[in-house]
Write a protein that binds this ligand. Structure first.
Ligand SMILES: *[C@@H]1O[C@H](CO)[C@@H](O)[C@H](O)[C@H]1NC(C)=O
Ligand SMILES: *[C@@H]1O[C@H](CO)[C@@H](O)[C@H](O)[C@H]1NC(C)=O
Ligand SMILES: *[C@@H]1O[C@H](CO)[C@@H](O)[C@H](O)[C@H]1NC(C)=O
Length: 407
């Protein structure tokens, strides 16, 4: 009889201690696609500081200072009470996520550790809590779908990313669900050793880029809307996408021409990201919907993602442009922020005086593999990395010839 009360007393002591500990929870813990929203909630933060922060980590065992990005807890209206919540969309990096909260105060700011706009990078000395793991459930098909012309007028290329190298295909037809043709995609990837310098080849900037698939839809009729899906029976298919094929007989050309876009992230990270890109994509999408069954294309003249060696920013970029790039061919041209690095063997002759480190050690490798433009331009990287591609090309559309070359 004496043992029971002692046992209860112990339980109540343990409960009391854990009540004063900081808690963090995340819901949902299973996501399907990039852009799915998670809500991270916390409570019991003692003497909250306006610099206390939430870090996003992927993979979940990353060191504290190797976050993907961060948000201050003070962005939650109730932060002063020691509890609050933050909701944000998550990009599928083909790897799990976890969330950590840290205490950080102004007296702990290290002026030597700052981002590229001279904002101090958050301090990691006081971890308060770490969440459960968030998983992207398999079976929902490829992501980052984007179209491009090939050198053949009655073809359309489609590229996409998945987390494994297994065979994927594109199937297409003139009606949704009636797939008259199917074609197996070619697959490529690059490795950390292909990056030429930091941050791209370092453990802060590098994340596994996944497998890049490249399929071609052939024998397309002129100016017809085609429906397509990418993926495989065993690993899942994308939702149905559609585009209007090229029409060499038409005398009308609809093109969206712009440069320098970048990408936006719902958090701060090591370099500045470009919120302006949200409006650019929104208006282009509106116009593409308004032109209905007419063919159009995009020419985005470098700089493209402004990832500059922080590889997950490429994933953000392709996720952000997918609603447009899965409907009309998305053409690009290389810029200094994809390419420049002093040790490269090939530099445009006009560039010597201004050559710097703008590419963040990528040396054109992600750009050359994540896109596949018409033509066969190719320059050796002088390293083990695959050649630099998509430097210049031309194509005909609606009675016009477009020539694209290095920016
Ligand atoms: C992601 O988390 C799930 C559940 O904890 C685990 O089964 C899986 O192996 C993890 N994936 C990776 C790539 O670590
Ligand atoms: C990154 O590349 C530079 C230049 O080639 C090299 O000196 C450095 O050791 C590389 N870093 C890693 C982590 O491989
Ligand atoms: C590129 O090379 C392929 C294969 O060698 C060839 O079929 C194609 O015509 C070439 N394209 C151009 C624009 O030169």
């Amino acid at each position: 009889m004496m043992k029971l009360p002692l046992f209860l007393l112990l339980i109540s002591l343990v409960t009391q201690t854990s009540l004063s500990e900081v808690t963090i929870s995340v819901t949902p813990t299973i996501l399907q696609k990039s852009g799915d929203i998670v809500t991270i909630s916390w409570s019991n933060v003692d003497s909250p500081s306006k610099l206390d922060w939430l870090g996003l980590y992927s993979p979940p065992d990353s060191p504290h200072d190797h976050f993907i990005g961060y948000k201050f807890l003070s962005s939650s209206p109730s932060w002063k009470s020691g509890s609050g919540s933050i909701s944000l969309p998550i990009t599928n990096l083909r790897s799990n996520y976890s969330f950590r909260i840290f205490h950080w105060t102004e007296s702990e700011i290290n002026p030597k550790l700052h981002d590229h706009d001279h904002n101090p990078l958050p301090g990691t000395a006081h971890l308060l809590a770490e969440s459960d793991v968030v998983v992207f459930e398999p079976g929902h098909g490829p992501e980052q779908i984007h179209l491009a012309y090939t050198d053949v007028e009655d073809e359309m290329r489609v590229m996409f990313v998945v987390g494994d190298g297994e065979e994927r295909s594109v199937k297409w037809g003139e009606r949704d669900g009636e797939w008259s043709r199917v074609s197996v995609a070619r697959v490529v990837r690059y490795e950390r050793e292909d990056m030429c310098d930091a941050p791209a080849n370092g453990s802060i900037g590098w994340r596994d880029p996944g497998w890049i698939h490249d399929g071609v839809m052939k024998d397309l009729k002129k100016g017809v809307r085609y429906y397509y899906q990418v993926g495989s029976d065993s690993k899942g298919w994308s939702t149905t996408q559609s585009f209007v094929s090229r029409n060499g007989d038409s005398d009308e050309t609809i093109a969206f021409l712009f440069g320098d876009m970048g990408t936006s992230t719902p958090y701060a990270t090591f370099i500045r990201t470009q919120d302006e890109s949200i409006a650019t994509m929104k208006w282009i999408l509106r116009d593409i919907e308004a032109i209905g069954d007419k063919h159009a294309f995009i020419s985005h003249i470098g700089d493209i993602s402004y990832a500059r060696g922080y590889s997950w920013l490429w994933d953000h970029f392709f996720t952000q442009v997918e609603p447009v790039a899965s409907k009309v061919p998305y053409h690009v041209c290389i810029g200094n922020h994809e390419y420049d690095w002093p040790l490269q063997p090939w530099k445009p002759d006009w560039a010597y005086a201004v050559y710097g480190t703008d590419g963040g050690g990528e040396c054109g490798v992600p750009y050359s593999l994540k896109f596949n433009m018409p033509g066969n331009s190719s320059e050796s990287t002088g390293t083990r990395a695959p050649a630099t591609r998509n430097l210049y090309y031309s194509f005909d559309t609606g009675g016009c010839t477009f020539c694209v070359h290095i920016n």
